[in-house]
Ligand binder design. Structure first.
Ligand code: F0G
Length: 450
């Protein structure tokens, strides 16, 4: 059969509130043309993020009931710990309330003024936490990542030669760790190959540097490896995942993505001294080491989610359904980052509306257009999010797919809305930022249409 179906049935539904174009016009103005400031019940299809927006399974909801809320030593923690040990091979698993809490703890411990953190591409919170510590965040994507139209099977790879140069220039003592983000979110949801991870590991070994993964979408990355990397097609995804984590000395994870939960995060560490310091900081700012700012029921949901995400029929459906949207947009003549990413499709807004200069936020103009036309909420990943230093200079609009939430007809609707926007691209107007917050400005910035 050629159709890859959703490998689940729907047991509980949430109504979608329909809006008219006139209503959306008023809502957009009220929100200062920033979709982060729109109420979600005013959104028809919400593709703002794939983070924490997934649907849990009946087994996860069963875990919610089983959750043990003891302050210390809850059986829910030990179930969670065992599952994550199995999946990652790491012995030490610290729970946190979400990915950025893990980042904050890690970079408070290893960052600081004068330090340099290389990454294939820092996510916005990762960059912000690195910089908050006083360190510098350096992106080292492969050159192919700069060209949205150019397909590459592992466009998320880190440029190993550039890493060598950075180490030579900065000096290894200024680099507390090397980070690789799998999949690379800021650069198009693109995967990193095992070959690249092994090569980065070899550089780290030569310079005695620790290698950390930002592993939010580790399972999607592993599925791409299985599909695309020579010699990997016969391997269970679980083995590929174990090899990926086995190459690393630590990892930060937002469980809100491939953990298939609405809240939760992890910090994985091997070094005993770093673990000791991280545990103390966790107790200080998140919670005791057996709950880390979460409820016992959240740990149960994670224990189950990290199992389900490795089911290969789920991953085949997941990656194919994102690709399906990518194909629809491409057929409608919309330029996207090629190939389609694991968790999202990225529209190349600079190519779609070349009449809008960068300083007038072409990506944000596309985001506003999608909402106006069809109530679809997307997010700008470009000059509004990153200011003068987007990675790698792209002006993108991300359509992020919540996991197990929308059906194929929802996606057909999204493709129609995008096609209508493309047909009216000449009428899109640029924006001026009229309120600019000091950090992570895209969340609360306000705009005016020009
Ligand atoms: N790293 C990556 C690669 C991410 O995509 C995210 C979150 C984080 C770290 C931070 O995790 O949100 O749990 O604190 N990305 C979401 C997104 C928000 O929409 O891409 P968090």
């Amino acid at each position: 059969m050629k159709t890859i179906i959703e490998p689940f049935r729907i047991k509980s539904v949430e109504p979608i509130r329909m809006t008219t174009r006139e209503q959306r016009e008023a809502i957009l103005r009220e929100a200062g043309f920033n979709l982060f400031l729109v109420h979600s019940d005013d959104v028809i299809i919400d593709l703002l993020t794939d983070s924490g927006t997934g649907a849990m399974s009946s087994e996860q909801w069963a875990g919610i009931m089983r959750g043990d809320e003891s302050y210390a030593g809850s059986p829910s923690f030990y179930r969670f710990q065992r599952r994550l040990q199995e999946v990652t091979g790491f012995e030490h698993i610290l729970p946190t309330h979400q990915g950025r809490a893990s980042e904050r703890i890690l970079f408070e411990l290893v960052g600081g003024p004068g330090k340099v953190i290389p990454n294939n591409a820092h996510f916005d919170t990762t960059r912000a936490n690195v910089e908050h510590s006083g360190a510098a965040a350096v992106n080292l994507p492969i050159p192919e990542a700069a060209d949205p139209a150019r397909p590459h099977p592992f466009k998320g790879n880190l440029d190993v030669a550039a890493l060598e140069r950075l180490i030579a220039e900065a000096g290894r003592e200024r680099i507390p760790l090397v980070m690789v983000t799998v999949t690379n979110n800021s650069g198009g949801g693109q995967p990193v190959s095992l070959e690249n991870l092994r090569a980065v590991r070899a550089v780290c070994d030569r310079h005695r540097l620790p290698l950390f993964l930002d592993a939010c979408r580790f399972a999607e990355n592993a599925w791409f490896i299985k599909q695309r990397e020579p010699g990997q097609s016969g391997r269970p995804v679980r083995d590929i995942v174990r090899e990926m984590f086995g190459l690393a000395d630590g990892a930060t994870i937002s469980a809100k993505k491939d953990g298939l939960v609405n809240i939760g995060g992890l910090l994985l560490l091997r070094d005993a001294e770093l673990l000791y310091r991280a545990s103390n900081l966790l107790i200080l700012t998140e919670g005791f080491i057996t709950y880390g700012g979460l409820a016992g029921r959240d740990l149960e949901a994670m224990a189950q989610g990290f199992e389900e995400v490795l089911h290969e029929d789920y991953l085949a459906y997941r990656l194919r359904s994102v690709e399906y949207v990518g194909e629809g947009l491409t057929r409608a003549g919309i330029p996207i980052v090629q190939p389609p990413g694991g968790h999202a499709i990225y529209i190349d807004a600079a190519a779609l509306c070349p009449q809008i200069p960068r300083a007038q936020f072409p990506g944000q103009a596309v985001v506003c257009g999608l909402y106006r036309i069809g109530g679809v909420r997307a997010v700008e990943i470009g000059s509004a999010m990153f200011g003068e230093r987007p990675p790698p200079g792209l002006e993108l609009v991300r359509l992020a797919m919540p996991r197990r939430v929308y059906t194929q007809s929802h996606m057909d609707y999204v493709v129609e809305v995008c096609a209508a926007l493309a047909a009216a691209r000449d009428r899109l107007r640029g924006l001026r930022m009229v309120h600019e917050p000091p950090v992570l400005r895209h969340f609360t910035a306000r705009f005016e249409e020009l």
